[in-house]
Design a protein around this ligand. Structure first.
Ligand code: DGT
Length: 229
């Protein structure tokens, strides 16, 4: 992986004018993305962008995340459309810093679309439109990504974590749902049998405890930065 990253970075024609290097942190609900991402905040050469859950909880006073969980048939498509917008806003946020690290992406939003398709939660026409939006984003929008870090977990572990953190909207989220979301992420990033993968993938065992994850984080940080510096 380090070799591949180096090859990508050294392809830049002017060493003093490297383009932005973007990393997306991916994984199931409760896999530890936020905690992992927070470690990057110690680096002052990075723009660290957390997922806009707070925006989803307050769309002009409406908690859309809650509505989506309570009535996914009615609100699933609307929610997905807003996720796509807020993710695009993160992807296209400008910075003069050399690195951007994001929680999730337009790419992983597709995992949730895929799951709603597999479970027949939405009408075919809703899936078609969401997929067309997604295609347009990856073909036309400026969402270039250089590395995906996949925090791979087992559904049982993230279920426990989710129960412990007790986010009120997630009350009704079942182990079965987490298994479905896991399977889509795994098919995409681990088995590579689903839609295309836009960048090299670093797979980390995120079943580990927070303290054990520090070593994984260090490994990840080194492979990103040392190759570039
Ligand atoms: P972390 O830090 O790994 O524990 O991550 P979370 O669980 O805070 O963040 P995330 O992105 O896995 O999910 C936040 C909530 O939003 C969670 O209830 C799942 C939901 N969510 C995130 N993206 C999508 C999406 O594209 N579609 C749907 N239906 N739900 C989503």
């Amino acid at each position: 992986l380090a070799g591949k990253l180096f090859a990508r970075m050294s392809a830049s024609p002017n060493k003093n004018c490297k383009r932005l290097f973007t990393v997306c942190i991916e994984g199931n609900i409760g896999s530890g993305k936020t905690t992992f991402l927070n470690n990057f905040k110690a680096n002052d050469n990075m723009l660290v962008l957390q997922e806009p859950v707070e925006l989803w909880r307050d769309v002009g006073g409406t908690n859309l995340l809650e509505k989506m969980y309570k009535d996914p048939v009615r609100y699933g498509c609307l929610f997905q459309s807003y996720v796509q917008l807020t993710m695009l806003q993160l992807h296209t946020q400008k910075t003069n810093l050399p690195f951007k690290v994001m929680e999730r992406s337009v790419y992983s939003a597709r995992c949730f679309i895929e799951n709603m398709k597999r479970t027949k939660m939405l009408e075919k026409v809703e899936i078609d439109i969401l997929e067309q939006w997604h295609e347009w984003c990856i073909q036309r929008a400026d969402i270039q990504t250089d590395l995906i870090v996949y925090l791979r977990t087992s559904p049982e572990v993230v279920y426990e974590r989710m129960r412990t953190r007790a986010r009120k909207e997630e009350d009704c989220v079942s182990l079965e749902y987490l298994r479905q979301v896991h399977d889509v992420h795994d098919d995409w990033l681990y088995n590579r049998s689903l839609f295309s993968v836009p960048a090299p993938v670093m797979v980390l065992d995120a079943n580990k405890s927070v303290s054990e994850m520090m070593a994984e984080f260090e490994k990840c940080r080194r492979s990103i930065f040392e190759n570039r510096d």
